[in-house]
Write a protein that binds this ligand. Sequence first.
Ligand code: UDP
Length: 475
Amino acid sequence: MDSQKLHVAILASPGLGHLIPVLVLGNRLATHHAVKVTALVLTTSTSPAESQLLKPPAGPKVVDTINIPPVDISHLIDANTRVVTQLCIMVRESLPGVRSAIAGMKHRPNVLIADLFCTEAFPIATEFNIPKYLYIPSTAWFTALTSYCPVLHEQIDGQYVDQSEPLQIPGCKPVRPEDVVDPMLDRNDQQYREYLRQAMEFQLGDGILMNTWEEIEPVSLEALRRNESLRAVVKPPVYPIGPLTRPIELAGPKSEVIEWLDKQPHESVIFVSFGSGGTLSAQHITELAWGLELSQQRFIWVVRPPAENGADESFFTSGSASDGTPDYLPEGFLRRTKKTGWVVPLWAQQPEILNHPSVGGFLSHCGWNSALECIKSGVPMIAWPLYAEQRLNATMLTEELGIAVRPEILPAKKVVDREEIEKLVRTVMEYKEGKVMRDKVKKLKNSAENALNKGGSSYDTMCNLLRDVQMRLKF
Ligand code: UDP
């Protein structure tokens, strides 16, 4: 590779949901902007799905990857340590590995881009005298809420979820107390303190990249750029460079599920999946199975064993279990739905499935990667938020964008019963409301494509970002 090329190192925190957007960003920089990219990957136990993602694709290598060896944090956590705290500890313990990886590179990077859990790596960039940027693979609204949280911390007493009024974020749509991100649910937990620290460290970078685009979030982006109260806490410039999603893999032999889809009518199948680590309770799995069956719609469902400890239980181990027998489904379910349904244990080719012409709906946990893949496939959604910032995403998809419906009460608060699930599925797949949502999401799909095309807003923003990097390197 040309040694004169700009060389970007991108640091990904552990977990597939974090690795995927970083690799996607790396690919975009390398293929559309002629940048050399090295992804520094903090691995945990490498699951089959993770290995697959890190496997170099056929043809010329686009992004180099360096795996930072996993760290043992067992002595630093206990059974009550929440996911965000675990992530932050893993990153902290991995920093020496990150430093030596950069020091050991023959062609040193000129810039570091760290994902949102890796802000503690910024001082490493300073040591190597290179600019540093933050990558938030989520929305501008989430970026605003997180950045403003240290102010809310001073303004508000008691738990956020107990507030009777929505939380005011200057210039942005207010956030309903029940929609706050997971680390804000309990102000006494260590993950809230980690979250506050992160929010403050967001401001130490030379810029903030976000996986969003102008047309989908004009209000929050305007606020992040120009609202004085918000600018007081969001000092670096913001770069909406999305929607970046995994490419659809069309090469190679077709999987059984795609072959099955090939035989189904146009837009007749609803895809059900809860991201890389989402899990449901046993009761919810039963209701969902009955709801799908009662709806009499065709479906593909990625099923995982029920969760005992929380909806994000398999976050670090997605796709790693070997036993795919879904014995936790209602008796006879597979037999009764044999003609109309397809159950995939643990992990499926989500982008390929969503993009298939036979798919007409997506029941999703509203992880931002999934939401973007769905929008880019032009498919309406049932929003079933589980953890992280998914409640915020669900509200945006349903109330602001009008491309999703959701259960009346959050699934985390109350079991959604089979009749309600049946109605939601029929709404998306059969009713007029579903058709209206489908039209809207198709328009959004076009706007996403335009943003990424040469001359589009996100394409130009990426060019501006790279110009900013070059300027900083000159001085
Ligand atoms: N994914 C997949 N197959 C699955 C489940 C998830 O390919 O069976 C991919 C999905 O396409 C998306 C990512 O994993 O790119 C999940 O990211 P998201 O932000 O939606 O949710 P998270 O996993 O972070 O909760």
